[in-house]
Design a protein around this ligand. Structure first.
Ligand SMILES: Nc1ncnc2c1ncn2[C@@H]1O[C@H](COP(=O)(O)OP(=O)(O)OP(=O)(O)O)[C@@H](O)[C@H]1O
Ligand SMILES: [Mg+2]
Length: 412
């Protein structure tokens, strides 16, 4: 039997990326194909032109289908934007017969009770992520099933989205001919791709600086404690350069990507650059030092907003592993030094690792969310099988279930 396959679509504000991967018998991902194209119809993570967004998604999906020689039927999709919010919630259940060990169904009941938070009817719950369990007052239990106790509490991180914004995104993906298997909050996905277990355990901040949004995830003791999506990113840096240098947007984008720096003192004072100017085919000389000053100002503002979110989630001494910066704008030289300065924590750049197959292009911070969507979904599915009620299935049976749930692509 062929290995099961899995697909993910990251509908970003600058690019749409679709990945198809095979899941090996060791639960590792082997990339079969990637399709990347420019994004359209989306601002700060929210759809503002359904037709343009459908076209952009369809084109990325088609490229991934061609590259992998498969047909994508369904996919896991990333969601982010100012319409998403998160909170921590506790679920509590009584164990009917404390003489019997706690079952997966008890755990599910506890999670359900955490989910019943006050959610207005114009919002939908996207995730109820268990952070840790408490069994009869014993704190920080990782997995309570099989333990004895009469009361089970679960601490969760609940993520909700505006129902309309979420349905618009689903509509766009389905309009491109792909069923939405699940929605995943983008910072949770990015962390799966670029942060390792030891960092999660020692406490870490994930910052994914994209085009229109910056996604933040804060992890303490291996569990997420806070997530946030800031409506600011690399597009704002480019826009600032357009205004400061008085050059067209494509010139500013080129200058930023090829010659940008976040630390002005690391750029020679008289270093100049020739850029295409507005209007005629004239050129314009611009100072790289001035560019760096503009980029520093915006990056500092963005990192200060990130710091405010970090303070909401954790104390600095809980974050020994520091900051992992990813997303397309993590390629800006000096952004890690600036982050160390503003956040007062060690910082590194995170890129997706440990991928097999056609994965060269994905070894770039811009693909953290796309790769993370696959990893997150794989992990979720594993949990789902574990919690499927009934007698323990032999390995073959489990694998069949995996195959059924992951029949998201067909060979062409
Ligand atoms: N070398 C570079 N230096 C600075 N910025 C860069 C560089 N390369 C890419 N970027 C910026 O990264 C941003 C795109 O990042 P990314 O691909 O992560 O965004 P996205 O996922 O489409 O958007 P979002 O996550 O906000 O919806 C763009 O603003 C782009 O200009
Ligand atoms: Mg992104």
């Amino acid at each position: 039997m062929a290995n099961p396959t899995i697909a993910a679509i990251d509908v970003g504000s600058t690019k749409v990326c679709t990945i198809v991967a095979e899941v090996t018998s060791h639960q590792e991902l082997r990339i079969l194909g990637v399709g990347v194209g420019p994004s359209a119809g989306l601002t700060r993570g929210m759809v503002d032109n359904i037709h343009a967004a459908i076209e952009a998604i369809a084109s990325s999906v088609e490229r991934a289908e061609r590259a992998s020689g498969t047909r994508i039927l369904s996919a896991h999709v990333g969601i982010a934007g100012p319409h998403v919010s998160s909170m921590n919630s506790r679920g509590i259940v009584a164990i009917a017969d404390p003489r019997h060990p706690i079952t997966e169904q008890d755990v599910q009941r506890a999670l359900e009770s955490a989910r019943i938070v006050n959610v207005p009817n114009n919002r939908e719950v996207i995730h109820v992520v268990p952070r840790f369990y408490v069994v009869d007052g014993q704190d920080h239990v990782v997995d309570p099933s099989g333990m004895f106790g009469s009361r089970l509490d679960v601490e969760t991180h609940v993520v909700t989205s505006s129902a309309a914004a979420m349905h618009n995104l689903v509509q766009c993906v389905e309009g491109a001919g792909v069923r939405v298997e699940s929605m995943v909050l983008e910072p949770l996905a990015s962390a799966e791709a670029v942060v390792d277990d030891e960092e999660l355990h020692q406490g870490v901040v994930l910052i994914d600086i994209g085009g229109g949004t910056t996604d933040i995830g804060i992890y303490v003791n291996g569990a997420v404690v806070h997530t946030a999506v800031l409506p600011i990113g690399g597009l704002h840096m480019t826009r600032d350069l357009v205004v400061a240098l008085r050059v067209p947007q494509p010139s500013a984008e080129y200058a930023k990507r090829e010659h940008g720096h976040a630390i002005p003192s690391m750029v020679e004072e008289d270093d100049e650059l020739e850029l295409d100017a507005f209007g005629s085919d004239g050129k314009k000389a611009v100072s790289r030092r001035l560019m760096a000053e503009v980029l520093q100002a915006r990056s500092e503002e963005l990192l200060e907003m990130a710091l405010a979110e970090v303070r909401r989630g954790a104390e600095p001494e809980m974050l020994s592993a520091g900051v992992v910066i990813t997303g397309g704008a993590a390629a800006l030289p000096g952004i890690d030094y600036l982050a160390e300065e503003v956040l007062g924590l060690p910082a590194r750049i995170g890129r997706p690792r440990h991928l097999a197959g056609l994965s060269d292009i994905l070894n770039d911070p811009a693909y953290a969310t796309s790769v993370g969507l696959l990893r997150w979904s794989l992990k979720e599915q594993a949990i789902m099988f574990r919690s499927t009620p009934g007698p323990a299935a032999p390995l073959g049976g489990l694998f069949k279930k995996v195959a059924h749930l992951m029949r998201v692509v067909l060979p062409q």
